[in-house]
Design a protein around this ligand. Structure first.
Ligand SMILES: [Zn+2]
Length: 349
């Protein structure tokens, strides 16, 4: 297997000129440099994204919001809320990766090859009109690449599973896909931190009820809890739903060294998920996969990114991790949510 990594050095134009913001170009550059030093590099094709098609963002965002980002961006560097900055390049850069998300999803399902987009700024907190589900800010995010990729796929008749392993709840993606039964969205995140959404009974609405699965984790949760979730939630849900495609919102900020979060995850969890993606592809259980870079603000994010990619390519062995249950409230809710997912999956088959 080879992995196509979509990279555009113009991402580094989106930056805080004072170097104070954690969402910094070094996140991508250092990750890529570390990957170059790995054996995995021999199995990677670095690909340029297509030129931006400004309509990609309009697939999931209101025109008013997209226009606002364009206007704010034209004003140069400033904060559009207490967390989120833009500069004169932000609109173009975010549009490049929005377009790349759409194209990579379609290329991957056509070729069966996995893709990874080195996207910046972030995506999963941006809802249809900006701030999502009552969140106080956009949380560093501009356009939601995840739901753009998902929409490109289900508009072409495919069922999509989204696995959001960023330590924060993907409230933007979830708001956009809330009523959409053609996207199963599983989101694992730390509870009690930004954006404050993603409770266990936040499960989607209307015909999509049961297709949004949120796993809120207590501070200090580590690899063994993630391992339990993979075998008791993610894989059973996948078998019920039978998606054609897997999108991973690959945030590496669950790592124990991350300065913004309080989970106790190591590289092993990321290797476990990378290996999971690789195995699903190899067995033909999914027809394609796209990983989209999410958060990750410390050294651990770099080593976790490398572990994820190496394990997907089979260079790093699948780690052996014990299992530990998350909180009792989560464990006891799972069977009921799986029943609702089964109903929803039956309706769209
Ligand atoms: Zn995050």
């Amino acid at each position: 297997m080879r992995l196509k990594i979509i990279y555009d050095q113009r991402h580094s134009l989106h930056r805080d000129p004072y170097g104070r913001h954690p969402e910094d170009p070094r996140r991508v550059e250092e990750g890529l440099a570390a990957l170059r030093a790995s054996e995995a590099w021999g199995y990677i094709d670095l690909v340029n994204p297509p030129e931006p098609d400004y309509s990609a963002a309009l697939m999931v965002h209101d025109e008013e919001y997209v226009d606002r980002i364009k206007r704010e961006s034209s004003l140069g560097f400033h904060y559009i809320d207490p967390d989120t900055y833009v500069n004169e390049y932000t609109f173009e850069i975010a549009s490049i990766f929005a377009t790349a998300a759409r194209e990579a999803a379609l290329s991957s399902i056509a070729s069966g090859e996995p893709y990874f987009i080195m996207s910046r700024p972030g995506g999963h907190h941006a809802g249809r009109r900006g701030r999502a589900m009552g969140a106080p800010t956009l949380g560093f995010c501009i356009f939601d690449y995840t739901s753009i990729a998902a929409k490109a796929l289900f508009d072409n008749g495919y069922r999509v599973m989204i696995l959001d392993i960023d330590a924060h709840h993907g409230n933007g993606s979830q708001e956009i896909l809330w009523l959409e039964p053609r996207a199963l969205h599983i989101d694992i995140h730390q509870t009690g931190i930004y954006p404050g959404t993603g409770g266990i009974w936040s499960i989607g609405g209307g015909v999509a009820r049961g297709t949004k699965i949120n796993i809120p984790l207590e501070r200090g949760s580590g690899d063994s809890v993630y391992s339990w979730i993979l075998s008791h939630v993610i894989e059973p849900a996948r078998k019920i739903y039978e998606p054609d495609f897997l999108i991973v919102f690959a945030g590496f900020d669950a790592h124990m060294e991350d300065p913004l979060t309080g989970l106790e995850v190591t590289e092993d969890t990321y290797a476990m998920f990378g290996s999971y993606v690789g195995r699903l592809l190899e067995r033909g259980e999914i027809a394609g996969s796209l990983s989209i870079l999410g958060g990750g603000y410390g050294e651990g994010a770099i080593t976790s990114f490398v572990a994820y990619v190496e394990a997907m390519l089979g260079i790093r062995e699948q780690p052996v991790i014990g299992e530990e249950e998350p909180s009792p409230g989560v464990v006891s809710a799972i069977p009921g949510i799986m029943d609702l997912l089964r109903d929803a999956a039956t309706r769209i088959k």
